[in-house]
Design a protein around this ligand. Structure first.
Ligand SMILES: [Zn+2]
Ligand SMILES: [Zn+2]
Length: 428
């Protein structure tokens, strides 16, 4: 991994392909010379005496040549603090597609082949000697970041900002494989009633939970909210804002099919189709009309809107695309919060700086999440607070992981969240 000289602008129109994770610093991996496999630091080499020897461990690899392929890999042995997991479901993320097609996410470059995947849930098969809270047979959702635990950010509880973090599937081995080891501390037990598909959705949900927390009260019962981008993260933000009581709700996208989906996903949401022919300010003014603004303001000459109060107190910007960020800035209520969840260009030159300044609009950012899995599990369990099941539009067996990636990359297929599952019976 080396810093990229190129800009990290995402080229997707509706921004579902890049979300805030994984913005991580790569840590070195140990290449396991004899096989194609690599192990993350902390895990040891394959066990030969294991009863698992009869099973294969196919892993979905990405290469610096922009290819993906299933490779046979050895089965890792957990260290004292780790568990060995049978991965049962993994969601494909936009970042996985970027690592494949572009070979990079911002400064993170695919300079060696490694496996992909970071949105996973599975079953514990084996525990390291120091693991106390998990046992074989436990069903777990995987938090894909392992921070250093010693830097000032880690000790302050902001471990998502740790600069020595190791993140699954970005420079390190990922979770699109049958067997993997992971630090037990970052494996969260899920109830028997929760499916593995739901367990995998806890990762993108965590992005949204962290974003809502950082809005500090701006998202609340009866407060209007706007979501820019109707990809998986935008749709989860929409559902989570609704579950938080935010109302009225508007979601934007360039694709009408995504907006159609949004209307069935959260009843009563209003939708706004972004047309590239319109300026961000024009889009913002039209969006504000949906919230009941008067349309009487002129931000350039300082004429106020008679119904400024109706404008959204929170805007979740889930695309990272510059025009959408600008639209978010103009659409937000004075004194409101623009929460930028999407990631995009290294430098954005056209933000309406003085508008944000004079309106005291807080432009906020997130990078991944911290302490979100327990809340996510509570919110998804039983479907009483949140039900994200319909986001999973396609499911493929592990053996067809490359087909799953291809479908996910083909926008004409209309997928939202594609998951790779492995129902192989493992008997120990
Ligand atoms: Zn992701
Ligand atoms: Zn740290």
């Amino acid at each position: 991994m080396a810093p990229s000289a190129t800009d990290s602008q995402t080229d997707t129109p509706n921004g579902d392909t890049l979300t805030t994770q994984p913005k991580v610093k790569a840590t070195p991996v140990v290449i396991n010379g004899g096989s194609h496999d690599t192990q993350r630091a902390g895990s040891q080499d394959a066990s030969s005496s294991s009863k698992l020897d009869k099973y294969k461990n196919p892993s979905l690899y990405v290469t610096p040549q922009h290819t993906i392929e299933l490779r046979e890999t050895s089965i890792p042995k957990p260290s004292a603090s780790q568990v060995l997991i049978h991965v049962r479901a993994t969601g494909i993320c936009g970042s996985d597609l970027h690592l494949w097609h572009r070979g990079a996410i911002g400064p993170l470059i695919v300079d060696h082949a490694h496996s992909l995947g970071h949105e996973s849930a599975g079953v514990v098969l084996e525990t390291g000697s120091a693991v106390k809270h998990l046992k074989p047979g436990d069903r777990v959702a995987i938090e894909p970041q392992v921070p250093c635990h010693t830097c000032f950010l880690c000790t302050a509880g902001k471990y998502n900002l740790c600069e020595s973090v190791s993140f699954l599937g970005v420079g390190n081995e990922g979770s699109i494989r049958r067997f993997m080891t992971h630090e037990a501390q970052y494996c969260h037990k899920i109830p028997d009633t929760m499916t593995f598909a739901q367990g995998s959705l806890l990762e993108p949900l965590s992005v949204v939970l962290h974003a809502i927390r950082q809005c500090e009260g701006s998202v609340s019962i009866g407060k209007p909210a706007l979501i820019c981008g109707a990809g998986p993260i935008g749709l989860i933000a929409l559902a989570a804002a609704r579950a938080s009581g935010a109302w009225p709700l508007v979601i934007t996208d360039v694709e009408e099919s995504r907006l159609d989906f949004a209307r069935t996903f959260v009843l009563g949401v209003q939708t706004y189709q972004v047309l590239p022919t319109k300026t961000p300010l024009q889009c913002a003014e039209e969006i504000r009309l949906l919230f009941g603004c008067a349309g009487s303001r002129n931000v350039e000459t300082g004429i106020p809107d008679a119904n400024e109060y109706n404008a959204p107190t929170t805007v979740f910007e889930c695309t990272g695309i510059e025009p959408s960020v600008i639209t978010a800035a103009y659409a937000c209520r004075r004194a409101g919060v623009v929460m930028v969840v999407g990631v995009g260009r290294s430098i954005m030159n056209n933000l309406p700086f003085m508008h944000l300044s004079l309106a005291e609009i807080q432009l906020k950012f997130i990078n991944r999440y911290s302490d979100t899995w327990p809340a996510g599990i509570n919110a998804l369990a039983n479907g009483q607070v949140l039900n994200l099941d319909s986001l999973v539009t396609h499911t493929f067996p592990l053996e067809q992981a490359t087909e799953a990636m291809a479908l996910c990359a083909d926008r004409s297929k209309g997928s939202i969240k594609v998951q790779i599952v492995d129902d192989t019976e493992i008997d120990l």
